[in-house]
Design a protein around this ligand. Sequence first.
Ligand SMILES: [Zn+2]
Length: 269
Amino acid sequence: MELIDKTVNGLTFQVSLQMERSGVAHGFTTRTGGVSRGIFSSLNLGTNRGDDPALVRENYRRVCAALGVDVGKLAFSSQVHEDTVRCITAADLGKGLDKPVDYDADGLVTDVPGAVLTVFGADCLTVLLSDPVRRVVAAVHAGWRGTALGIVERAVEQMTGRYGCDPADILAAIGPGISNCCFETDEDVPNAMTAALGAAALPFLSGGAGGKFHVDLKGLNALRLERAGLSSAHVDCSPDCTFCRPDRYWSHRYTGGERGSQAALIALL
Ligand SMILES: [Zn+2]
């Protein structure tokens, strides 16, 4: 199924209906509904991009109010395009907005109720995971490097290995990001995918004319989730391309890096 739009208090985000029914609060934010100005207009959730910290904090207050979660229990990722997945404990709550993040991780996983796992994107994909049986959630940042490294599979491995989840129970939502239509690359990106996945990657790679390729990161991450044991019926995906919709999303490529950040957030209720 596709993610759908939801608007609460003037703030529009995307959600997975089956994930909403699984006992979690979650959402993939858009640009709308915040107080930031200029290139950050309006719902910038990036804290290190040059925006006024007071405005970013107000944006977080609005997002957390719309989702019904505690702004004091945010736990941020500190993204470095690798495949480390950190288990978030109560000691990590507040890291990002209220105090420094003292770890690098492109993925977060937790069984702590109320902890608001937060990952960022502006072309790179964000992926949320929820196991309603064992009551475990995860949030992942997957650009092309993370996709090649298999970070979504590392997250599922943490959920199964550390928390005892059955992959057949896990729901996934792949958020807005740069899509096959607009993700034009040199040969390094498709080569990384075939090196990691072999011929299974080929349906998600195209082009080659003039040395340029198109890469379907959403499809590759869905493939990886199914390799990890998830049911394809449990993997929802946003239809939105960040590059195609500069009115609605920040795209790193479209803006040349002059931009704010979207976030994907998830918490066990
Ligand atoms: Zn596009």
